[in-house]
Design a binder for this molecule. Structure first.
Ligand code: ASP
Length: 331
């Protein structure tokens, strides 16, 4: 019997066309349109299509992702073999990671999109959709959490990042690399990652907002104070190097931690935040002593997703947040 794969389309470049060349492309195509453009899909699986949103991925919200997660749980309970989610690449790393945290399912959850829209020569959407459906219907892709399939590579949602504004090989998983690949339509899984869903369940709450502040040379801490004053319930700091700030920013962070949880991530894009190397004012030792929570290997975007979803889970105290970040920031 053929597997059943559910293709859920949220919009993004893969679904974009232009009214004319002056105004640029906008989300237009539905999941049905995307599937119709790749006739091979019907040979691989019975495809069901769903188009809950048709937006650029910059317009997606946490509320939308909770809606999609509920829809995926419903489809899994109805016997879906695997899920393919198509969306814009700009926020793939955040939505795929959010689904990784929210869903405790065995079936493959595969996110894909395109860098070249359907009107461009060499549009990559159809090939990415084919790859995603092949992975979603493959038994060896089960129990790996959310995956991003792009440009014939299979990435764990936990590690993948968009690294280039326009190149089709934009998705990378440093330092571990992709967990698998596609070759002549064969699915190869070379390394397995354990699923790491959150043990608690959250409910979307639009009043819970988490800010993210990237620091630079000589930062005076104004943005940090402003974020607290603006009512953010949590804050992620993309600090310098291994987790360092100016003296003014360190003072602002000291004030911030009195009111809200603050997570310390690095702006470098690789490596873990340090915990016990530097001792100057604004160093990681100083900031952790002031009450900041180390993000470990999670970059700022991913740390913001984790903190937001944890805050959606109701009362979580500082110790629980530290424990969750230690768990998710070291795997
Ligand atoms: N550049 C984006 C994309 O690849 C636009 C978006 O994220 O929706 O789809």
């Amino acid at each position: 019997m053929k597997p059943t794969v559910d293709v859920i389309s949220l919009g993004g470049t893969i679904a974009m066309k232009g009214k004319n060349t002056t105004f640029g492309v906008v989300p237009t195509l539905t999941a049905e349109d995307l599937v119709e453009a790749v006739p091979q899909l019907s040979e691989i699986a019975k495809i069901r299509t769903h188009s809950p949103f048709n937006v650029p991925s910059a317009h997606l919200t946490f509320g939308d992702i909770f809606t999609v997660a509920d829809e995926i749980k419903r489809l899994a309970a109805e016997g879906s073999t695997g899920i393919v989610l198509t969306q814009g690449t700009d926020t793939i790393e955040e939505t795929a990671y959010a689904l990784d945290l929210l869903l405790d399912l065995d079936i493959p959850i595969v996110v894909t999109g395109a860098m070249r829209n359907p009107t461009r020569p060499g549009a990559d959407g159809p090939a990415n959709l084919l790859g995603a459906v092949l992975v979603a219907s493959h038994p060896s892709a089960r129990s790996l959490g959310s995956l991003v399939v792009f440009n014939d590579e299979i990435h764990a949602a936990r590690y993948v990042r968009k690294t280039h504004t326009s190149n089709v090989s934009t998705f990378r998983s440093d330092p571990a690399g992709p967990i698998g690949w596609l070759a002549e339509d064969q699915v190869r899984i070379a390394q397995k990652v354990d699923r790491l869903p959150l043990a608690r369940s959250g409910i979307f709450d639009q009043d819970i907002r988490v800010g993210i502040v990237k620091l630079g040379l000589g930062d005076d801490g104004t943005m940090i104070d402003a974020a607290v004053a603006a009512g953010y319930r949590g804050l992620v700091i993309e600090a310098l190097g291994g987790g360092h700030t100016s003296i003014s920013a360190a003072s602002a962070l000291d004030r911030a931690t009195v009111d809200i949880p603050v997570v310390l991530a690095s702006r470098t894009g690789a490596g873990e935040t340090l915990t016990n190397t530097y001792g100057f004012e604004g160093s990681e030792i100083d900031l952790l002593a002031k009450g900041l929570i180390p993000a470990g290997r999670l970059d700022g975007c991913r740390a913001r997703v984790l903190l937001t979803i944890l805050l959606f889970c109701g009362e979580v105290n500082k110790e629980q947040l530290v424990e969750e970040f230690l768990n998710h920031g070291t795997h």
